[in-house]
Design a protein around this ligand. Structure first.
Ligand code: 5GP
Length: 196
């Protein structure tokens, strides 16, 4: 079989710094990574762009895609807000030989792990504490108090999933977390290609 790209899942409570880590890793040519653009029914935030950050779909379009079995996994991550990984997206990137990075919630991460087994490296990014998480979410200034509360409640639930992942990366110092993530990925893709 030709070398198809490998899969690297990053899951974490919102505000843990996961997206910043993923962005930094995408800049490293040695990792040969590309980002799995998820579909969502939530509205774009700030400078988010359709087809780059997410495929922004209406609720109706998202539900039709569920019915048509277009998703590898999907979740109603927050009430009324769907998120999902399109089969076509993962095939597109793997066919190019890219290693595919997922920035998805813990349940989605576990679904990808189940579907692809050892091809997947699942990394849980953990904030140093829930207090730090609350500060980061408030500092971002993109969500209302009510939305922040929802995210913190969800974070508490998500932290319980950490032990199911291959690695828990504590994001206390960002530069260090990025270095650690890079080392884990290099090990995974090296192994996957039988180069160890
Ligand atoms: P945000 O609204 O902050 O962009 O994302 C909210 C949550 O949805 C994050 O935890 C993010 O990882 C998760 N998420 C994004 N895309 C997907 C996806 O395709 N599937 C699942 N299950 N979760 C996703």
């Amino acid at each position: 079989m030709p070398n198809r790209g490998k899969l690297i899942v990053f899951s974490a409570p919102s505000g843990s710094g996961k997206t910043t880590i993923v962005r930094a890793l995408l800049e490293r040519p040695s990792l040969n990574l590309d980002f799995s653009i998820s579909a969502t029914s939530r509205a774009p935030r700030g400078k988010e762009i359709h087809g780059k950050d997410y495929y922004f779909l209406s609720t109706e379009a998202f539900e039709k895609a569920i019915k048509d079995r277009e998703f590898l996994e999907w979740e109603e991550v927050y009430p009324g807000q769907y998120y999902g990984t399109l089969k076509s997206e993962v095939d597109r990137l793997r066919d190019q030989g890219k290693n595919v990075v997922f920035d998805i919630d813990v349940k989605g991460g576990m679904s990808i792990k189940k579907a692809f087994g050892p091809e997947v490296l699942a990394i849980f990014v953990q904030p140093p504490s829930v207090e730090v998480l609350a500060q980061r979410l408030k500092g971002r200034g993109t969500e209302s108090e009510e939305k922040i509360k929802l995210r913190l409640d969800k974070a508490q639930q998500e932290l319980a999933f950490a032990p199911s992942f291959d690695h828990v990366l504590i994001n206390d110092e960002l530069t260090l977390a990025i270095e650690q993530a890079e080392a884990l990925i290099l090990e995974h893709i090296g192994q996957a290609h039988g180069e160890k």
